[in-house]
Write a protein that binds this ligand. Structure first.
Ligand SMILES: Cc1cc2nc3c(=O)[nH]c(=O)nc-3n(C[C@H](O)[C@H](O)[C@H](O)COP(=O)(O)OP(=O)(O)OC[C@H]3O[C@@H](n4cnc5c(N)ncnc54)[C@H](O)[C@@H]3O)c2cc1C
Length: 392
């Protein structure tokens, strides 16, 4: 029998699965689709706003209200969990800590705080001046808008990745992993870039983590990648690295299959039912990590009468009436997004061997706080350590 089934391939599921596999557990990870890391900026937000912009996420955790997921875990354990992730992927992929947020430009020129960033991005933190480099054949990078909002110059490079006139970021990144193309790109940038300022480039500098450094070395000046719309190349880098480590640790993955049911007995989950090609299949395990996301991934649903529910395990939610937690003002806080499941100190809910991680847990408005990835990693590590501790 498998030791642990993990449901979900976002930051929470991947982190829990990797931690458990590295401890020697046999782990099977099941997901109906890709998770948040692939869709995100490739950074790890711990706490960006509370409600004002946060300088030190570690210090700000102690000021959060009682029901917040970080409070039950404690600031030190949040830090340990996030630094485990950073050190696991290595400093070619993540740098920074929880003492101070980086403040980095988005593709539209807003400045956003984040705790861990990719080394290819951090030259933009506290830079005294910027210049933007756009690529004519790259779609979805609004170089003029970015430069306009930052009040800086823009220069254009004309270098197709393939034959298309509007290639995606991923296509450019794959081309960039070829040293010959990367050299031509760096020469083209050098020919047009204004002198002096930190160069802001679209985040297309290789799917492989080290590619950006070759380009930076050839240019001989500070550059910073600016993440683009989902699926972003830096997000894919992070996701791929974690998934590869999980597989290398012996973990097995079923992607593209939804968990549609469960069998329970004596207060424990005995198995989950997965809809795979050829019909449903039961996966039995000693423990289960439930990391299916929240409203955005369909793990928590609202029906036409406004009834909120978690359909898979029927877990109790902090609120079941959507009409009570959605207001008419679009810009006002919407407590709907804080709805989720409360857990015990080990991260469990309803069943003795069901551990929760990530967006399914109640108490935070992640997208507003910029805390979703940190909560996902911290609760995933708690779940993994509870399972490891309970069976030591
Ligand atoms: C619009 C928006 C903006 C955001 N902005 C930020 C931000 O700036 N900073 C930040 O920190 N966070 C942000 N977040 C939140 C962040 O994306 C999430 O907190 C994070 O992805 C949660 O990770 P997770 O692993 O819990 O879930 P997810 O990343 O959602 O992953 C869930 C996984 O579970 C799988 N799954 C779900 N149900 C099933 C099932 N029945 N069977 C099998 N698999 C299943 C999914 O396919 C997926 O693989 C934002 C979210 C949204 C919606």
């Amino acid at each position: 029998m498998i030791d642990v089934v993990v449901i979900g391939l976002g930051p929470a599921g991947l982190s829990a699965a990797l931690k458990l596999a590295e401890s020697g557990r046999t782990v099977k990870l099941v997901a109906k689709g890709e998770g948040g890391f692939q869709l995100s900026q490739g950074t790890v937000d711990i706490l960006g706003y509370s409600p004002e912009r946060v300088t030190s996420p570690l210090a700000a955790i102690s000021g959060l209200p009682g029901g917040h997921p970080y409070v039950g875990i404690g600031a030190d354990k949040v830090r340990d969990a996030v630094l485990w992730l950073r050190d696991t992927v290595g400093d070619e992929l993540l740098v920074g800590d929880l003492a101070e947020n980086y403040v980095l430009p988005t593709a539209v020129g807003a400045m956003r705080p984040t705790a861990l960033a990719q080394p290819s991005m951090v030259a933009a933190h506290q830079a005294s001046s910027y210049a933007v480099v756009g690529v004519r054949q790259l779609k979805d990078f609004p170089a003029e808008l970015l430069a306009g909002n930052l009040g800086c110059q823009v220069a254009w490079v004309d270098l197709p990745a393939r034959k298309e006139v509007d290639s995606s970021a991923h296509m450019f990144a794959r081309a960039m992993d070829d040293p010959g193309y990367a050299r031509r790109f760096a020469s083209a940038v050098a020919a047009v870039a204004p002198k002096g300022a930190v160069l802001l480039l679209p985040a297309i500098l290789g799917v492989k983590p080290g590619t950006w450094r070759r380009i930076s070395d050839q240019l001989g000046r500070p550059i910073a990648e600016v993440p683009m719309q989902p699926p972003s190349v830096p997000g894919i880098r992070l996701h791929d690295a974690l998934l590869a480590k999980f597989k290398a640790a012996g973990g097995r993955v079923i992607i593209g299959s939804r968990v549609v049911g469960c069998k329970t007995a004596g207060g424990r989950v005995a198995s989950v039912t997965v809809a795979v090609a050829g019909g449903p299949r039961d996966l039995r395990a000693s423990d289960f990590v439930f990391a299916p996301g929240g409203f955005a991934s369909g793990a928590i649903t609202v029906d036409s009468r406004g009834k909120i529910s978690e359909p898979l395990f029927g877990l109790p939610l902090t609120q079941t009436d959507a009409n009570a937690v959605v207001g008419p003002d679009y810009w006002a806080p919407h407590p709907l997004f804080e709805v989720g499941v409360e857990t015990d100190d080990a991260g469990r809910a309803k069943y003795d061997n069901l551990y929760l991680a990530g967006d399914i847990i109640a108490g935070a408005e992640r997208w507003r706080e910029k805390s979703g990835e940190g909560i996902a990693v911290a609760t995933a590590v708690r779940a993994a350590e509870s399972i490891m501790g309970g069976r030591a």
